[in-house]
Design a protein around this ligand. Structure first.
Ligand code: ADP
Length: 224
C-alpha cells in the first residue's frame, strides 16, 4: 500500500464492534506511519500478562461492559504523552463515552494536534454474522474467520498449533450488548465531534475488503 505523508493529526476511529475498525486502523497506521493506540489492545495485553490493571478489567471485559471512564482516561493520557505520539496517532476504541470524548478533546488541544473523525458505518446484521464467524488463538492472539480467513487445519492456529476458541466477547448475547452500548454511548460522540467543528469522514463498512476501505479513507483524509 502506498505510504502517504500527513500533517499532525489525532485520527479518531469510530465503528461498532465488529465493523472492522481494528483492521482498518492497522492499515491506516501503515499508510500514514502514525502510531496505533488501541485501548482494547492495551487492556487485552494486560489481561494476558496478568498485570494489576489486567486483573482489574478482566471481569468487565468478559461481560461486554465498559471499563470506567476514569481508568481509561488515565491510561490513554499516559500513552499519548509518549514521544511517538507527538506527531499524531490513530486512536481506536477510544473515546467510547461522552465523558471520554470531552477529556480527549482537551488532550488533543493541549498536544496541539488537529482532530479528525473517521466513521465506519456498518449494519448490525452484517456485524453479527462477521463476529460469530471469528475464531481466536488463546496462545498467540492470531485471529481467523471461518468464512473469510480459515486456518489451514480447521480449529487449529496456523502460527502456533493451538486449538482456536471463540472469544468470550464474540458470543451472540454479548455481541448484542456491545452493539447496544455502542449505539447508546459511542455513536452520539460522532455528533459531539461534528458539532465541535471536527472534520468528519465516512466510509461504508458493509462491503469491500479492509484494504479497499482503508485506501478510500486515506484518500478522503489526505485530499483535505
Ligand atoms: P471491540 O472488540 O469491541 O472492538 P476493543 O477491542 O476495543 O473492543 O475493547 C475490548 C474491551 O476493552 C471492551 O469491550 C471494553 O470492556 C474495554 N475497553 C476498550 N476500550 C474502552 C474504552 N474506551 N472505554 C471503556 N472500555 C473500553
Amino acid at each position: 500500500m502506498e505510504r502517504i505523508g500527513i500533517r499532525a493529526v489525532a485520527m479518531l476511529m469510530f465503528g461498532a464492534p465488529g465493523s472492522g475498525k481494528g483492521t482498518i486502523s492497522k492499515l491506516l497506521v501503515e499508510i500514514f506511519g502514525l502510531p496505533h493506540v488501541s485501548t482494547g489492545d492495551i487492556f487485552r495485553e494486560n489481561v494476558k500478562n496478568g498485570t494489576p490493571l489486567g486483573n482489574q478489567v478482566k471481569a468487565v471485559m468478559d461481560s461486554g461492559g465498559l471499563v470506567s471512564d476514569e481508568l481509561v482516561n488515565r491510561i490513554v493520557a499516559d500513552r499519548l504523552a509518549r514521544p511517538d505520539c507527538a506527531r499524531g496517532f490513530i486512536l481506536d476504541g477510544y473515546p467510547r463515552t461522552l465523558d471520554q470524548g470531552r477529556f480527549l478533546a482537551e488532550e488533543v488541544g493541549s498536544l496541539g494536534l488537529e482532530p479528525l473523525v473517521l466513521n465506519l458505518e456498518t449494519d448490525y446484521n452484517v456485524i453479527v454474522s462477521r463476529l460469530m464467524a471469528r475464531r481466536s488463538c488463546p496462545k498467540c492472539g492470531a485471529v481467523y474467520n471461518v468464512v473469510s480467513l480459515r486456518p489451514k487445519v480447521d480449529g487449529v492456529c496456523d502460527a502456533c498449533g493451538t486449538g482456536l476458541i471463540i472469544r468470550d466477547d464474540d458470543r451472540e448475547e454479548v455481541i448484542r450488548q456491545r452493539f447496544d452500548a455502542y449505539d447508546r454511548q459511542t455513536a452520539p460522540l460522532v455528533e459531539f465531534f461534528r458539532k465541535s467543528g471536527v472534520k468528519l469522514f465516512s466510509v461504508d463498512g458493509n462491503t469491500g475488503t479492509p484494504e479497499a476501505k482503508a485506501e478510500e479513507a486515506a484518500k478522503l483524509i489526505s485530499a483535505e
